[in-house]
Design a binder for this molecule. Structure first.
Ligand code: ADE
Ligand code: ZN
Length: 326
């Protein structure tokens, strides 16, 4: 309880959050009704029962199903506003949000609808509550690089509202090298770069993300620990890792929270952070993630403070804004 209060009071940034993964079953049901979209569940309880996954792909199949209820600008606004309210409740001061435009444009929802709804909620949170944000467009790696290029083209009219690009979805078999050209183009546009790597994929995918995509951060990065030379490199370069403890447990990346690599990451000098990934699907927002991993690994207050500091130093905030939080 004391630890919970300490975590709750810590100012934090969240750097790994898929906005579509914050769709709570209640909102999914409401939007399904409002939009006349059929969903394969009879009740909110049935939805929650379906959230038992044995790997990443199991989850992704349900995640892409769930987002089919999102059709209008208002839907994306309500989705984002609901997440931001939860983040504020956890004393999150800054968020960097991923979105998956290809999950929407392939269903006939326009890029402009998606971005208008999300940014309306982000702007409102900034104006009303001083909650700052960045927006990161993720390419779905199970699709082709040509599809990613077309998505970046569709984003060009909105590029002033987009801070970076990322790479998500099914990792194994879709290495970072597949997206080298589109990441180079995003870099030339001045966008920040991140990629999921080393969640299920091997340490070589983390190296590819650094060497070929030239990413500024690694999302997850767990399996980096299998390669001591890579660990030294990540530590020396101060590469931020956006770690997601409850996600790792729910997707069987770790067998048990007590076996979570976060303590080993900190001991190796890695700039690890704690994030929620897809909180509606994995059972908790930021504070629940700090709590679960701190309880399992018996993290000290100093370690919790270090994790929260890493979340600001690893963020894409301007130096002066970042320093306000440190
Ligand atoms: N899309 C949403 N969450 C993801 C995750 N944890 N890994 C890969 N793709 C995702
Ligand atoms: Zn993720």
């Amino acid at each position: 309880a004391e630890r919970a209060a300490f975590i709750a009071r810590l100012p934090k940034a969240e750097l790994h959050l898929h906005i579509e993964g914050s769709l709570e079953p209640e909102l999914m049901f409401g939007l399904a009704q409002r939009n006349g979209v059929a969903i394969p569940f009879a009740s909110v309880e049935e939805v929650r029962e379906a959230y038992a996954f044995s790997n990443l792909q199991d989850f992704l199949d349900i995640y892409y199903q769930g987002m089919r209820v999102l059709l209008t600008e208002q839907d994306f606004y309500e989705l984002t506003a609901a997440y931001l309210a939860r983040a504020r409740g956890d004393n999150v001061r800054h968020v960097e949000i991923f979105f998956d435009p290809q999950g929407h444009t392939e269903r006939g929802v326009s890029f402009s609808t998606v971005i208008a709804g999300i940014t309306r909620a982000l702007d409102e949170a900034r104006e009303q509550h001083g909650l700052t944000s960045k927006l990161i467009l993720c390419f779905l790696r199970h699709l082709s690089e040509a599809d990613a290029e077309a998505t970046l083209d569709a984003a060009l009219p909105f590029v002033e509202r987009i801070d970076g690009v990322g790479l998500d979805s099914s990792e194994v078999g879709h290495p970072p090298s597949k997206f080298e050209r589109v990441f180079a183009r995003a870099r030339s546009l001045g966008l920040k770069l991140v990629a999921h790597a080393g969640e299920e994929g091997p340490p070589a995918y983390v190296e590819e993300a650094l060497d070929l995509l030239k990413v500024d951060r690694i999302d997850h990065g767990n399996r980096s620990l299998e390669d001591p030379a890579l660990v030294r490199r990540l530590a020396e370069a101060g590469v931020c890792l956006t770690v997601c403890p409850l996600s790792n447990l729910k997707l069987c990346v770790v067998d048990d929270m007590a076996a979570h690599p976060l303590r080993r990451m900190l001991e190796a000098g890695l700039a690890a952070t704690v994030n929620s990934d897809d909180p509606s699907y994995f059972g908790g927002y930021v504070n629940a993630n700090y709590q679960a991993v701190a309880d399992a690994l018996d993290l000290s207050r100093a370690e919790l403070v270090a994790l929260a500091r890493n979340s600001f130093t690893g963020s894409f905030l301007e130096q002066n804004e970042r320093d306000r939080h440190l």
